[in-house]
Design a protein around this ligand. Sequence first.
Ligand SMILES: Nc1nc2c(ncn2[C@@H]2O[C@H](COP(=O)(O)OP(=O)(O)OP(=O)(O)O)[C@@H](O)[C@H]2O)c(=O)[nH]1
Length: 409
Amino acid sequence: MEIVILAVVIAVVALGAISGLVVSSRKKKKLPPPPPTTPSVTAPPAEPQVGEDAETPRDEERRTIEEVGLPDSGATLVEEAPVAEPEAPTAPPVEVPEPTAGRLVKLRARLSRSQNSLGKGLLTLLSREHLDEDTWEEIEDTLLTADVGVQPTQELVERLRERVKVLGTRTPDELRGLLREELLTLIGTEADRSVHTANGLGPNGEEIPGVVMVVGVNGTGKTTTTGKLARVLVADGKSVVLGAADTFRAAAVDQLQTWGDRVGARTVRGPEEGDPASVAFDSVKEGISEGADVVLIDTAGRLHTKTGLMDELGKVKRVVEKHGPVGEVLLVLDATTGQNGLVQARVFAEVVDITGVVLTKLDGTAKGGIIVAVQRELGVPVKLVGLGEGPDDLAPFEPEAFVDALIGD
Ligand SMILES: Nc1nc2c(ncn2[C@@H]2O[C@H](COP(=O)(O)OP(=O)(O)OP(=O)(O)O)[C@@H](O)[C@H]2O)c(=O)[nH]1
């Protein structure tokens, strides 16, 4: 019996020893592998351990470092865990403005609102039963207040008096018709009001983009107008390059570039306070190399001295003309400045050949008569009018639409 008990104890101890070995081997398996240093991969293991022996036979072929192909730095790592590229800022989508035909008609409500006192005022006076001297004087005053100018006012009143006399009895429709005709005569319906953007010819007979210079006193809306004009041209299917030759005001350059970016037009700019003529030259050069249809050049309009202005604008024009002709020189005038605008017009006309006028801020004044006055003063037509601060608030000037907005139709 004692022998049996002894045998059982020995068997239990032996079993305990064996199970202890197995547990320790399992525990070792759970250990993280040693760091993969080069020697540990290629050199045979030092003293073999029980658990290790059990896993990897000592005589098993081992792979060399080349065969193992350790991840070598970036490339493989990137594959396993791609590093997110920082997203490039996405450019805002390029806008395609609506075609400009009939834009003035669309903006008619604004014209009617601002010019109401002129058109409706005249109609009311003409509708009086007795058109006596006082009434004609009031008609004259209304025209003068709207900045039509003395000479054109007298002409209009004279013609109206004559026609009303001949007409005898007058219906409201007849009066409106008369006034419409006479206002149109004053404004002129024959002039070519298109902005000349046709290609010119370079010194060797090659085609170059149409070149438009935009001039005017700072603050009249010159830079804004250049930007809006770029939109008008893009809307009409033309490709445009902008020249920021108003180098004296960095903000004006940035402002112009923003306008250009919105319609996908490149803006050529120079160093701050750099030579405006050089920027103008470069912008036409860029227009030629891009094969653009039109180059619009925004110029500086500081008016301290006439000689300074003359030198600057004259130089810009001369330098640009080395590439080819300037098709259009647009003078930007602020309609709200009234007679002051006419003084500016005179000065600019003396220093550079103006070919067209842009009248801005017509939405903010009742003095639409300035259109007549400025055309008389310069002998060039108003080609565009600004009727608001919105990007598409610049419209080709159409006399009929203008007069209809004034007096209603
Ligand atoms: N209401 C109204 N505002 C306008 C019109 N045209 C331009 N403006 C505003 O007039 C202000 C002056 O315009 P700018 O284009 O900066 O004037 P600028 O002549 O270029 O002057 P600089 O940039 O200093 O050269 C801006 O606030 C324009 O939004 C318009 O037709 N109507």
